[in-house]
Design a protein around this ligand. Sequence first.
Ligand SMILES: NC(=O)c1ccc[n+]([C@@H]2O[C@H](COP(=O)([O-])OP(=O)(O)OC[C@H]3O[C@@H](n4cnc5c(N)ncnc54)[C@H](O)[C@@H]3O)[C@@H](O)[C@H]2O)c1
Length: 452
Amino acid sequence: MILKKIETCSAHAGVIGLGYVGLSLMVAIADAGFRVTGIDINPEKIERLKRGISDVPDVPEAILGPLIKSGQIQVTTNYHVLSELDIINICVPTPLKENRIPDMQFITAAVAEIALHLHSEQLIILESTTYPGTTEEIVLPMLQSNLNEKLGEANSSSLSSDSSKPLQVGRDFYLAFSPERIEPGNSTYFMTNTPKIVGGVTPKCTQVAKTFYEQFINKTHTVSSPRIAEMAKLLENTFRSVNIGLINEVALICDRMGLDVWEIIEAAATKPFGFMPFYPGPGLGGHCIPIDPHYLSWQARNYNYHARFIELASEINSSMPKYVLDKVIQALNLHQKPLNGSKILILGVAYKKDIGDTRESPAYEVIRLMLDKGAYILYHDPHVAQIVLAEGEIYYSHTLTAAMIESVDCVVILTDHSTVDYDLIVQHAPVVVDTRNATHATQNGSSKIIKI
Ligand SMILES: NC(=O)c1ccc[n+]([C@@H]2O[C@H](COP(=O)([O-])OP(=O)(O)OC[C@H]3O[C@@H](n4cnc5c(N)ncnc54)[C@H](O)[C@@H]3O)[C@@H](O)[C@H]2O)c1
């Protein structure tokens, strides 16, 4: 029955967690013609969404607004709607607790609600990044234990058509893991043209979930279990973290040898096979790369394995803000200035170019280190109007002008946003520390530029 509803796009879909992933997913599902209900625990977010306001730059209000207005997308904080849904996608956060331990509270909170409303012919898909085993060891037992309780209460909605038996996964309801792979700000690859990995708890679960994604995603790739899909996602992000760690280490070596790491990467990248360029920078940022590998190393420890590559890459990557600080001290030193009391312009606080996302951005650490040394900080970011430091201090983005740039002692480029005029920066700044090679095309003033 659910397959028919999916194939005709008449199923009522739901998305739990309307952040970067969930909001994009909700719009993609609605675009395919499904009616979608989004659920989030944040009432302010729900009120904004009801007015068609999108907090996610990759989801334009011109697309979201009409879908809300027509009622094809509805949003709520009320979990009761779960009982009306045929499909539920879980897109809640998976951060780390202290000591880099996976924080599963958002997944378990969402699944507890689903368990209360689970009914036959329902498809549940976990999309949040997590460690291998989550779907089968946490989500499935929670759904089933609640079924057993409900069976005790003889609640007929949680019984299969043969009402003497509880709902069975793969026969009565369907459960799968399908990792989200979107990259904010990537205009070449987005949700619908990035292949979707799908791993169901049973072959029927995989088939139902795959059929659902085929309605709005160009290509699906099925795997034999949720564990494989969970691990594939962690491999992708660990691959990035480890390779960035390697190139950051090469940058540190090149610095000691007086070699330009950027020119070396450019040369190595001319090899048409066996090499993929990664670039150094001020440290890792974003919701995924600094966090996800620790889900894997934590799970590896449960199997008595110490994941050395992951830990080493993390160590090198998290040392980069301190390295940037040293470069700034070195740059000021050339002008006989101490960092204490110097005015530093930070260019870019987003964790990567052309987006406004500052989550886990290394800019916070770089700024904190400089403030601790007595620097006076200003910043400019065309995509981030304000930032709040851990201690609650608020900083606002300054407008870039020649006079403003001339008034500072050093400019530190932390994010290479495309719209920034780097010629203007280099022309007017006394000295520039460039952590992204953003100034590579500037015409004059190379003697002022210190790259990492
Ligand atoms: N952001 C990315 O680019 C990206 C890419 C791929 C995968 N992921 C993964 O997807 C998941 C979601 O990430 P995100 O960036 O969308 O997070 P986010 O923080 O932007 O959004 C999560 C949303 O979930 C809501 N929420 C939390 N608990 C809830 C609950 N119990 N019920 C309902 N809503 C709840 C929050 O209020 C928030 O709006 C994470 O596991 C992340 O690692 C993120």
